[in-house]
Design a protein around this ligand. Structure first.
Ligand code: SME
Length: 150
């Protein structure tokens, strides 16, 4: 079970990564993937014109969705609205673009620079309804911390 302390510790670790790393986005992705068991796949998409382009990622498998038009899929919806998307059951969401057979739930957090969406964090979980309000609060903080490093 994830407790608040885990999120607080993770924020401190990510601050250290940002100070010390010369490959911040990849190192933060790797850290999150290794720290939280319910994060089964994690990637950062970068906005480029009207598409999301996959940047650093970590997980057991590569995704075929390396370029997603803004407005398409759960990722594209979050990029359009600028709001975090939490999908408890991906198979009951018509927007869902399937990547991995094992995925059951997903969270997508936009990375915003002065109200412009510059990227997003996308996390798949093999557990149904894996993402809590605490994940949302935590990951929105992480997105804010990464905005200058996109
Ligand atoms: N499921 C996403 C596509 C990206 S993969 O999860 C890596 C979506 O519906 O937009």
């Amino acid at each position: 079970m994830v407790i608040q302390l885990d999120y607080d510790e993770a924020i401190l670790e990510i601050k250290k990564i940002i100070l010390r790393s010369d490959n911040i986005l990849q190192d933060v992705v790797d850290f999150l993937y290794n720290k939280f068991d319910h994060y089964s796949w994690i990637g950062i998409y970068i906005v480029n014109d009207s598409n999301l382009i996959l940047g650093p990622w970590n997980g057991p498998n590569a995704t075929e969705h390396t370029k997603i038009p803004i407005g398409k899929g759960v990722c594209g919806s979050a990029a359009l609205s600028g709001k975090t998307e939490i999908v408890d059951d991906v198979h009951s969401d018509d927007r869902y673009l399937s990547c991995f057979l094992s995925t059951k739930s997903e969270i997508v957090i936009p990375i915003k620079k002065n109200e412009n969406i510059v990227g997003e964090i996308d996390i798949d979980s093999d557990k149904k309804a894996a993402f809590s309000k605490n994940d949302k609060i935590f990951l929105e903080k992480v997105a804010d911390m990464l905005v200058e490093h996109i």
